[in-house]
Structure formats: structure tokens, C-alpha cells
Design a protein around this ligand. Structure first.
Ligand SMILES: *Cc1c(COP(=O)(O)O)cnc(C)c1O
Length: 392
């Protein structure tokens, strides 16, 4: 039988890579999918082998066929040499930060980073002597000035959590590389199907696979993909911290990623229909969906991204109570954190609470929507009812 891992070769197009990369069925009796190995102990034939480092698997924490299968797919999609798995998307953000910094270093963190990432920076990193500086992703002049002081790492997210600003990643990454900083990007929104950070000057790409990659709202998992020296540093910290993901979640993520392409096509189509309807509604102040012509960040999104997913925000001019009424009135949009599953969700975050380098207008309420796989016409009718509650 042919070696399945060979199909990761770039001669194949994306859909083929997703369908055919991962495990080699010939290695496990021809079964199409990789085995789910529940394992801590792995046995060696003799003492010499146990120290030689030649056996493929040596201990539960150090890999298994299922882990390899998922990492092979992620490497093919990200264009990376190395992917490691961690228990959550948050860990995927914190391990690289810890891996490339030491006491006395300084890091630049994009102001619209996922809020728990900020918490790690303000807590753990600060406590261990790393100086944390937040910056506005759209203010290149200030960013350039900040880079004049020695900087160990730059942390980006594109587009940013909640507010969907699209940074000029090649520009910001290029400027950071000039001063020798490691550039990492939380790529959860776009997935590696619609944006490949390593092709745009970043050193490390991270995902909450919890979201679209696993895609069914039933598990938490993070991935970190990188090349060369950055990959070595990340792997070292990952190993020192003893990160591990249970085999069932690895398997479910592998199963999820196999349909990522088709799911995202539908999320994108539905989101576009709903976003266009919202953009035409006078009750809506702004639609923050980079894929929408005229939306903030659209031009850069069009230049750098090959698609958009189902997560965006709308803003309403008014008080928080009225906006809460909208969200409370919705039937099809569950009120829940997370996103990337098959179901639609809505949240009413407190934006200014998680910003320090930028300001969010007090009279503009932001509702974040995840557009799921329901019929978009039903979602529109639901939003229409919700917005009526705002007006009333
Ligand atoms: C959800 C999320 C994370 C964290 O993922 P968990 O698996 O929930 O820890 C990180 N970054 C972004 C942008 C997210 O949306």
C-alpha cells in the first residue's frame, strides 16, 4: 500500500491533502483511520533499545499513532515542519510565549488578543520578570517606536478577538524580524485553510483546535506549528511542562479536521448571507466582518486571506441593557463562549475591559455572532426578532 504520509507533498491541492494526509493505513492492518491508543507505558525489547532513541514510540507523553496522524495533517495545512498538541487553545498561546522569553525580556502583545492570553501575560509572564507591552494593531507608527527597544517576541492575532481588526501581518512580522523578535500568531479565526501565518513572515502559528478544526463543540485542544529554531524552543518548553492530550480528543480532532474544508465553506456562505442582511439593516450600527466589502480591514483581508469563517460582530448604538435584550430574545443563537461548532452563538462581551492600548466607544454595544450550519434564512428571521427587541 502507498505511504499516506507522502500525500502531504505540496504537489497535492488542499482538499486532497486534508482527505489523504495523516496516518498510513498499511501500518495498522489497512484500517482507514488511525488507532486510538490509550497509553502511558511502551515496552522495549531490551535495555539497549530503551536508551538508543531508535524506537518510534517510547512513552505515552512522547507521542502515539493518533498524535502523529493529526500533526501530519496540521503540518501539511500550515506548511510547517513541526506541530505539537497541547490540552487547550489557551495553552497553545501560552507555551510559545513562555518558550521564547526569559526574565528581563520584553514582549509586544496585540491589544485585541484573546482575553485569557492577556491574563497569562499580565500574570505569569509579568511575575517571571517579562515586561508586557500592549499595542494597537492598526497603529504602525507606535508599533515601530515600540520595536526600537529590545523586543524578544511579538504576539499577533488576525483578525483580533471580538473587534475583528485585521493587522497587516506581513508588515508587522517583517518589522519584528528586523529587530530579531520571534513572531507568533493566534490563527484560530481563519484556520490554516484561509490563512497560513508561516507564509506571511510569522515564526509560530497557534490554534484553538477546540473551535473549527475539531468543529463539534465537544472538546478542547490546541496546536502549535513552527519551523526551525522556533519549533525547537516550543518543543523544549512543551516537554519541560509535560503537556499531553488524551487519545480520544486527539482522535475526535483528527476526525473533525477531515471535514474542515466542507464545513468552512458552509459557515462562510451562511455568515456572508447573514452579514449582508445585517449590514443593510438601519438598526445595526456596524458589521465587523472583514470579508464584507467596505468593512474595517476588508482590503488587507482580501490581500492576505483566502476565505472567511463564521465568526463576526455587529455593533448597536445604545446602552448595554438594550443590547442584552437582543441577545436574550434570540432563539437559534445560544448564549455561550467558544465558537467553531455546528451551532450559532451570540455573546455580549465587555470590550473595554480587555483593552488597554485602544479604546472602545462607551455607547457602542458589540454583539459577537457565530454563524453555524443552520439555514441562514432562519437565522436572519431570528435576528430580525432580536433587533425588534432593541428598537422596542
Ligand atoms: C477559544 C480561543 C482560544 C482558547 O482556546 P481554548 O481551547 O478554549 O483554550 C484562543 N484563542 C482564540 C482566538 C480563541 O477564540
Amino acid at each position: 500500500m502507498k505511504d499516506q504520509r507522502d500525500t502531504a507533498a505540496s504537489r497535492y491541492r488542499r482538499a486532497t491533502q486534508i482527505a489523504r494526509t495523516g496516518n498510513d493505513p498499511a501500518e495498522f492492518f489497512g484500517f482507514v483511520n488511525p488507532p486510538v491508543v490509550h497509553a502511558s507505558t511502551v515496552l522495549f525489547p531490551d535495555v539497549e533499545t530503551s536508551f538508543a532513541g531508535t524506537q518510534r514510540y517510547t512513552y505515552g507523553r512522547r507521542g502515539s499513532p493518533g498524535v502523529d496522524a493529526l500533526c501530519n495533517v496540521m503540518n501539511a495545512l500550515e506548511g510547517s515542519e513541526s506541530t505539537i498538541l497541547v490540552p487547550t487553545g489557551l495553552v497553545a498561546c501560552t507555551v510559545p510565549l513562555a518558550a521564547v522569553t526569559k526574565a528581563g525580556d520584553r514582549v509586544l502583545i496585540v491589544d485585541n488578543a484573546y482575553a485569557p492570553t492577556r491574563k497569562f501575560c499580565d500574570g505569569f509572564l509579568t511575575r517571571f520578570g517579562v515586561e508586557v507591552v500592549y499595542f494597537d494593531p492598526l497603529d504602525v507608527e507606535t508599533y515601530a517606536r515600540l520595536l526600537k527597544s529590545p523586543t524578544a517576541a511579538v504576539f499577533l492575532e488576525a483578525p483580533g478577538s471580538l473587534t475583528f481588526e485585521v493587522p497587516d501581518v506581513p508588515l508587522l512580522a517583517g518589522m519584528a524580524k528586523e529587530v530579531g523578535a520571534t513572531v507568533m500568531l493566534d490563527n484560530t479565526w481563519a484556520t490554516p485553510l484561509y490563512f497560513r501565518p508561516l507564509d506571511h513572515g510569522c515564526d509560530i502559528s497557534m490554534h484553538a483546535a477546540t473551535k473549527y478544526i475539531a468543529g463539534h463543540s465537544d472538546l478542547l485542544l490546541g496546536t502549535i506549528s513552527a519551523n526551525g529554531e522556533a519549533a525547537e524552543k516550543v518543543k523544549k518548553t512543551w516537554d519541560e511542562w509535560g503537556e499531553h492530550v488524551g487519545p480520544d480528543d486527539v482522535y475526535l480532532t483528527y476526525r473533525g479536521v477531515k471535514t474542515l474544508d466542507v464545513r468552512l465553506e458552509r459557515h462562510q456562505r451562511n455568515a456572508r448571507i447573514v452579514a449582508e442582511w445585517l449590514a443593510a439593516d438601519p438598526r445595526v450600527h456596524r458589521v465587523l466582518y472583514p470579508a464584507l466589502p467596505g468593512a474595517p480591514g476588508h482590503e488587507i483581508w482580501k490581500r492576505d486571506f483566502s476565505g472567511a469563517t463564521g465568526l463576526f460582530a455587529i455593533t448597536l448604538k445604545g446602552d448595554r441593557e438594550s443590547a442584552a435584550r437582543v441577545v436574550d430574545t434570540l432563539d437559534l443563537f445560544g448564549i455561550g463562549f467558544s465558537w467553531g461548532g455546528f451551532e450559532s452563538l451570540a455573546t455580549l462581551p465587555m470590550v473595554q475591559r480587555v483593552r488597554t492600548a485602544t479604546t472602545w466607544p462607551e455607547d457602542e454595544q458589540l454583539i459577537r455572532l457565530h454563524i453555524g450550519l443552520e439555514d441562514p434564512q432562519d437565522l436572519i428571521e431570528d435576528l430580525d426578532r432580536g433587533l425588534a427587541a432593541f428598537a422596542g
